[in-house]
Design a binder for this molecule. Structure first.
Ligand SMILES: NC(=O)C1=CN([C@@H]2O[C@H](COP(=O)(O)OP(=O)(O)OC[C@H]3O[C@@H](n4cnc5c(N)ncnc54)[C@H](OP(=O)(O)O)[C@@H]3O)[C@@H](O)[C@H]2O)[C@@H](O)CC1
Ligand SMILES: Nc1ncnc2c1ncn2[C@@H]1O[C@H](COP(=O)(O)OP(=O)(O)O)[C@@H](O)[C@H]1O
Ligand SMILES: [K+]
Length: 483
């Protein structure tokens, strides 16, 4: 698992090292790692290091100190370094002395001093920064055309929530120290590639984690020698309606693709489902559906009296239940239906549905919001988006950065519900099923946007995502062999 630690935890972990090590050791350790990444980026992008130009944006805190020390190390490799000081009287004194001694140029932070660098280092603010870039920094950043390497975090992006509320850095690479911070998962589009430099911190267990592809590949259920269609879990899907038959087809098809057991469909879209997926066992109603080990209820299922009665009946079982879409709209009116269930419930809202359930949108602190709903209702919650979050009632959260936004298309959520439902029926713990499903779904969306015959990517659709699920699971499972 990759762990993400909030800034107060990182600061607390730094404290004993700051006490025990000679002054400046930790910063120079961080800056040395940073300089190595910058040097390799220079080589990769320009073919060399000596004689290349790097500009440093230097703020008033230790983040600026990191940039100044990295500039010092780069000078020793023949790089031409210019430090632009945003607050000259407060720039890190030791870093400033070292860079000056190493032959760096030190200038005020105005656009005319920006020059034409090969790379820019963002040392404006680190984990103590709050709010957007201030006007002088924002004006300078506006003029930059070179790729930016963010020091620790991209300045202007909240380190703990990834929220952006005004001008902020968009980095090609972020080099972070000691620990990944929440922003590196929650604000991935601002961070670019993230490199971690070990500075020797000892950290507590994290409350926000991401599963590695190999870990998901390793737990993905596949049939064994003793298995049959029932032993691997049967999922019941109550989705689709006369108005939205497609939701039933997409959700059921995704459940079929995700695992090898059996899928039962209950609802009025049975003939559409069968036409596309003849392996599904259909029945016209929930009551007439055979035994299942988990239920998915809600995608396109309507909000009429029958849909409501079905939701009640399904939630009255002692089986794990995933509630999505129309099911969430019904639940918002009657939250009591999930309280005190003997089995787990997973709610899978997008931001709008989240607001329907709680009265508030989840931003800007999406992790806190999803934790609070999960704890208050005693359920698991998957909050959709570019960074999908999965919260357990005990506050533990999985994050999955989709690595792209191709899944932002109608019906993609129906596919996600089917995948996770299938995993739930296999007996996988709810948080892992949700996290693994989100990962496979996001990967399938990225694959669907690509074409092996031509480079680049193009808009895709829910049907295409569904058709690439198998490839996505195969890819995740090949990571087991590689790791
Ligand atoms: N501790 C360690 O051992 C190690 C720490 N390390 C490094 O230190 C970094 C943390 O450094 P830090 O705590 O000095 O604060 P940092 O984030 O540089 O700047 C905050 C200052 O900026 C200001 N400011 C605030 N918001 C702003 C805004 N929006 N726009 C502009 N300015 C803003 C605010 O001052 P103000 O102007 O408000 O008085 C505040 O004082 C950390 O991320 C890592 O890079 C590494 O060297 C490893 C070892
Ligand atoms: N900007 C985005 N980047 C990446 N993934 C996204 C983005 N927006 C939505 N998604 C994903 O696409 C799916 C959309 O689900 P949902 O909103 O329920 O759509 P629908 O109801 O049309 O099926 C979810 O898996 C969500 O995480
Ligand atoms: K920074």
């Amino acid at each position: 698992m990759r762990s993400f630690h909030p800034s107060d935890v990182v600061r607390a972990a730094e404290a004993p090292l700051l006490e025990s090590l000679p002054e400046g050791t930790l910063m120079r350790r961080a800056a040395y790692g940073l300089a190595r990444v910058v040097a390799s980026e220079l080589r990769e992008r320009t073919g060399g290091i000596a004689g290349r130009r790097v500009s440093l944006l230097v703020g008033s805190g230790d983040n600026g100190g990191d940039a100044l020390w990295a500039g010092t190390f780069l000078r020793r490799r023949g790089v031409s370094v210019t430090a632009l000081l945003l607050d000259p009287d407060r720039a890190h004194p030791a870093g400033l002395r070292a860079l000056r001694k190493a032959g760096g140029r030190i200038v005020p932070a105005t656009p005319e001093h920006l020059g034409d660098p090969d790379l820019v280092l963002d040392g404006i603010v680190g984990i103590s920064g709050r709010g957007p870039l201030r006007p002088a920094a924002a004006a300078l950043v506006d003029e930059i055309t070179a790729p930016i390497i963010a020091v620790d975090i991209p300045s202007g992006v909240d380190p703990d929530t990834g929220a952006v509320d005004g001008p902020a850095i968009t980095a090609a690479v972020t080099v972070t120290f000691g620990a990944y911070k929440p922003v590196h998962a929650l604000g991935a589009t601002r961070c670019g590639r993230v490199e971690l430099v070990d500075i020797g911190l000892t950290l507590p267990e994290a409350g926000l984690v991401a599963a590695e592809p190999s870990e998901i590949g390793a737990i993905w259920p596949v049939p064994g020698a003793e298995d049959d269609k029932y032993s691997q879990g049967v999922v019941g899907v109550r989705a689709g309606s006369a108005r939205y038959p497609g939701a039933g087809v997409l959700c059921t098809g995704a459940a079929v693709a995700a695992t090898s057991g059996m899928v039962r469909y209950a609802g009025s879209g049975a003939s559409e489902v069968l036409a596309r997926f003849p392996e599904v066992v259909v029945s016209p109603s929930v009551a007439e559906t055979g035994r299942v080990q988990a239920w998915v209820v809600g995608p396109g299922a309507g909000t009429d009296d029958e849909a409501c009665a079905n939701l009640r009946d399904i939630l009255a079982t002692d089986l794990p239940v995933l509630v999505d879409a129309d099911g969430l709209t019904l639940l918002a009116r009657e939250p009591g239906l999930v309280r005190g269930r003997s089995a787990h419930t997973l709610l899978t809202p997008h931001a709008g549905e989240f607001a329907r359930l709680t009265g508030n949108r989840p931003e800007p602190d999406r992790v806190a919001a999803v934790r609070s709903l999960a704890a208050d209702w005693g359920v698991h919650v998957l909050l959709k988006g570019r960074a999908t979050l999965v919260a357990r009632p005990d506050g533990h959260v999985f994050v999955n950065d989709a690595g792209g936004s191709w899944a932002s298309t109608a019906g993609a959520g129906d596919v996600l519900a089917g995948v996770i439902g299938s995993l739930l029926s296999s007996g996988m713990p709810v948080d892992l099923a949700a996290a693994a499903g989100a990962r496979a779904h996001a990967l399938a969306a990225n694959l669907a946007a690509q074409d092996p015959k031509s480079p680049g990517a193009a808009p895709t659709s829910a049907s295409a995502i569904l058709s690439r699920l198998g490839d996505s699971i195969r890819l995740l499972r090949t990571h087991i062999a590689e790791s």
